[in-house]
Design a protein around this ligand. Structure first.
Ligand SMILES: *Cc1c(COP(=O)(O)O)cnc(C)c1O
Length: 384
């Protein structure tokens, strides 16, 4: 190979880059040590204690930093451990501006936990840059964004939003879980921090909880490193290895799942039992243009409204292929019911105001044969 940088799919696989220099083994060794011997007691080597640094965790941290185009990556025991570590950059009196259809766990951390430490959060419709501009105030330290949003897949213009934040010295953070770095790279669009629930597409097999943070600016990397060590919610070496293993097939999985999702979304539009389909790859989607500019594909999650709670429950009971569950991004399709699952804690009038109706279903498309998946959904939506 020349020294030209390889493309993401090549870097995902690891291959020669991951050969263990000690043994020639293909793949990163799982270093299950909590502590490391100091050959020179006066100066510790690269590792001293696994909370502060571990070679297996380090391998996945460098890989995600590289994929997101950042300078440093950090791996955590869950997406929420990653998210709360980034929120811990804030202090008393700081204000966070974020989106109304924020991931429920992030909403909970802001309103139930960080509020107790004097961090104030306000929620706007981030798909409208004017609302972001009006929501930024002198004490705002952080703008927290998610696009496409969950579960309605609404699109925020990242370059515009991050530019508004930057002009005022506000840090912008993007939760990139739904897109993965293969489709959307927020740091390239002006964000300061990217977070992922690696439990979803990066891990990809519904067998792992993990979270990652990637930053561009070295000073910010120092601060996140300090907080990762201070809070201690690190990813275990074994789970770091499982995440590396999952990421190797990310491109193959995401390409196939997205293709199947795009096809299903088009078919759902024509289904008599479906009133509305929410998918950024459909031409009628209000954010389709912005999404196409900032992301290289519509993703593998489709939401659709079947008109009523009764019809939604009927479909959930009738499907045979998708698991009926929360979560997304696994090799198996998952059909979830936001009204009663992820958003149940939200007062009904808030859910309705966001457009989360009793008839809304969210499908994360897996790797099953798309024909089987369509036949199953078609039948379940017909009440057969
Ligand atoms: C699942 C999820 C999280 C939380 O991650 P965990 O791994 O469940 O802690 C955060 N953001 C988004 C968009 C998610 O889907």
């Amino acid at each position: 190979m020349s020294d030209r940088k390889t493309r993401p799919a090549t870097r995902l696989v690891g291959g020669r880059a991951e050969v263990d220099p000690a043994t020639g083994a293909l793949g990163v060794p799982v270093v299950m040590a909590s502590t490391f011997h100091h050959p020179d007691p006066a100066s510790p080597g690269p590792y001293d204690y696994s909370r502060s640094g571990n070679p297996t965790r380090g391998a996945v941290e460098s890989l995600v930093a590289d994929l997101e185009g950042g300078t440093a990556g950090f791996a955590f025991a869950s997406g929420m451990a990653a998210i709360t570590t980034v929120l811990a950059l804030l202090g008393q009196g700081d204000h966070v501006l974020t989106t109304r259809d924020l991931y429920g766990g992030t909403y909970r951390a802001l309103t139930g936990l960080f509020s107790r430490f004097g961090v104030d959060a306000t929620f706007v419709d981030a798909t409208d840059p004017a609302e972001i501009e009006a929501g930024l105030r002198p004490g705002t330290r952080m703008l927290w964004l998610e696009t496409p949003s969950n579960p309605l897949l609404r699109i925020t213009d990242l370059a515009r939003a991050c530019a508004l934040a930057r002009e005022r010295g506000v840090l912008s953070v993007v939760d990139n879980t739904f897109m993965t770095p293969l489709r959307q790279r927020p740091l390239d669009l002006g964000a300061d921090v990217v977070v992922h629930s690696a439990t979803k597409f990066l891990g990809g097999h519904s067998d792992l909880m993990a979270g990652v943070v990637v930053v561009g600016e070295p000073g910010l990397a120092e601060q996140v490193k300090y907080l990762q060590n201070a809070l201690g919610g690190v990813l275990s070496p074994h789970d770091a290895w499982l995440l590396l293993r999952g990421i190797k097939t990310l491109k193959a999985r995401f390409d196939a799942e997205e293709q199947a999702a795009a096809d299903l979304a088009r078919r759902l539009v024509g289904h008599p039992g479906v009133e509305r389909v929410f998918y950024p790859g459909l031409p009628g989607h209000p954010g389709a243009g912005v999404h196409r500019r900032q992301a290289s594909g519509p993703g593998a999650v489709v939401s659709f409204d079947v008109g009523s709670g009764d019809r939604a429950l009927e479909a959930l009971r009738a499907v045979r292929i998708p698991a009926v569950a929360v979560s997304l991004g696994g090799v198996e399709s998952i059909l979830s019911y936001p009204w009663a699952m992820s958003h149940a804690a939200m007062p009904p009038e808030h859910r309705l105001a966001l457009g989360i109706t009793p008839g809304l279903l969210r499908l994360s498309v897996g790797l099953e044969d798309p024909g089987d998946l369509w036949e199953d959904l078609d039948r379940a939506l017909d009440g057969r």
